[in-house]
Design a protein around this ligand. Sequence first.
Ligand SMILES: C[S@@+](CC[C@H](N)C(=O)[O-])C[C@H]1O[C@@H](n2cnc3c(N)ncnc32)[C@H](O)[C@@H]1O
Length: 244
Amino acid sequence: MEIKPGEVIADVTQFDEHIKLIVPRYEELHDAVIRSIPPDLPEDLQILELGCGTGALTQKLCRRFPKAHITAIDYSIRMLELAREKLSSYCGRVRWVEGDFAHTRFPTRCDVVISTLAIHHLTDPQKLELFRKIHKALKKEGWFVNGDVVLFESDRHTFLHDQVRAEHASTQGVELNALDAETQSGSGDNLSTLKTQLALLEIAGFHSIDVIWKYYQFVVYGGFKYCLLSDDEEPRPPAALPDF
Ligand SMILES: C[S@@+](CC[C@H](N)C(=O)[O-])C[C@H]1O[C@@H](n2cnc3c(N)ncnc32)[C@H](O)[C@@H]1O
């Protein structure tokens, strides 16, 4: 069976357990993306979630924001089925969309666009295109937040990522090698540095771009839609574009 980038494990019914073993501080990363949502946004938040997987973050969003409506996109039918089942009690507030977020049309007038552990599968030019699309989908002063895995600036620090993951696995009584043998996440990864992704956000027109949380190669970063632009006005690109 073909495993899509991001499905992580062949038997997706094991995803919820497996992701906690391979991503140190997985819950803390979720917590940071949720906490980053500013309290001055309306209670009946319109949230767009990219790469919802089995709905772990979607469920936390539903609980934290009881009046929010969420459009949750994923291209894995198998993951969406598990998510739908898990969140059946929230069915009136979550719209599940099967599709590739790089190509699917987004709703407009979102207060928040949110994603965890999914955007790193896109190349940098695709990330830029996605960030522009997210910028368009947001209302003025809307917030985009991404919790994801990035590269260190120097590959001389890559050992740290491996060390932290191995230590995390061993505290759960498992060997990283055994976990990695089951994990499909390496295929289809297109990790880039945090600095590159913050630059791409700026080019896409975001302002007040910030890093909310970081644990070695795991980060939570985001930006606001520029308040002085009208919804259909294009942002001015900064003077220098990075080379891809
Ligand atoms: C590692 S899982 C993370 C799921 C969830 N966000 C979480 O934190 O548990 C990544 C998810 O993103 C989805 N995904 C990756 N790239 C995608 C794309 N371009 N379009 C739609 N879904 C995508 C995968 O199918 C998978 O469900």
